[in-house]
Design a protein around this ligand. Sequence first.
Ligand SMILES: Cc1cc2nc3c(=O)[nH]c(=O)nc-3n(C[C@H](O)[C@H](O)[C@H](O)COP(=O)(O)OP(=O)(O)OC[C@H]3O[C@@H](n4cnc5c(N)ncnc54)[C@H](O)[C@@H]3O)c2cc1C
Length: 326
Amino acid sequence: MKKLEVLIVGGGPIGLACGIESQKSNLDYLIVEKGVLTNSIFHYPSNMTFFSTSEKLEMANIPFMSIANKPTRTEALEYYRRIVKHYKLKINLYEEVKSLEKVEGGFRVSTSKDEYYTEKLILATGFYDLPNKMNVPGEDLPKVSHYYKEPWPYIGQKIIVVGGGNSAVDVALETWRKGADVTMVVMKPTIDQTVKYWVLPDIENRIKEGSIKAHFNTTIKSIEKSTVTISTPEGELTLENDFVLAMTGYRPNFALLDQLGVELSLDERKRPCLDGNSQESNVPGLYLAGVVCGGLNTREFFIENTIVHAESIIGDIVKKKTLQAQ
Ligand SMILES: Cc1cc2nc3c(=O)[nH]c(=O)nc-3n(C[C@H](O)[C@H](O)[C@H](O)COP(=O)(O)OP(=O)(O)OC[C@H]3O[C@@H](n4cnc5c(N)ncnc54)[C@H](O)[C@@H]3O)c2cc1C
């Protein structure tokens, strides 16, 4: 079994930030990532633009160059690749952490490829792996997806976009511009008014002129092979349909947290209970970093306001190591 001082689960922006801080403090660390480097960002829509400016996403004093002030997904992928190269970060890709066990003085970590003993464990697993399900009949049909990549498969197709937030709006506009017949199904009375300020007028005007159809205060009732039935304030309506793109958000995977007995808040947010200064959980030696810390409230945390977790966590680990050595 390989021995480490710190094992970091997740090679997203915050896992990488934890790796950099570990390296600066000369800790024996390893980042383990189940997919490609910055796997969540890799799986975002191909043409996605961040809502943050590149300056706000910068980490470890490395400038983030982008053509416009807000970077694209591709620019972000390249930025994080260069960071890993620059710092020569120790990271294993395509290695999934399968199980965690608390043992004397640390943790036993089993992955798809290896076994580790680590004194400290950092979970930076994000929230992009599990979509929020609509829980309606037909949701598992092949024409339904909770992820979106590119507009090309939808040319000339009747598509329903579920949701009224940033992702749904981006999908509706991009597919409509490539010739899809788009209907939005929005649970709330309007498009979310926090949608990116340069995109909001575009979607509202397309809906007003009737180019993109929208049903507000409406939910999906059921999905059939070539139709979708929706519940509108005026009653049920059945629409012809080829594809459903359910942009209903995502939730953190709590399975690894449950294995170690991490306490979650009792309210509907299910936020992990952490020490606000060190990010240490109720399980000594187990730290949480990045957007996973928001629980089901996935809007609370993003890259900009969680990069600081890396310094807090590694600062605490180093402080405890120093005290132990005295
Ligand atoms: C469409 C979209 C746009 C966004 N735009 C912005 C923005 O403009 N600005 C901003 O600040 N934030 C933005 N966010 C939020 C931000 O991009 C993400 O929340 C960010 O990636 C969070 O970083 P993270 O390191 O905490 O988690 P993630 O980037 O999700 O990284 C978690 C990593 O853990 C890995 N992992 C999970 N489970 C395991 C396991 N068992 N074993 C090994 N590896 C595992 C995953 O594969 C993933 O790579 C956006 C999010 C979305 C969905």
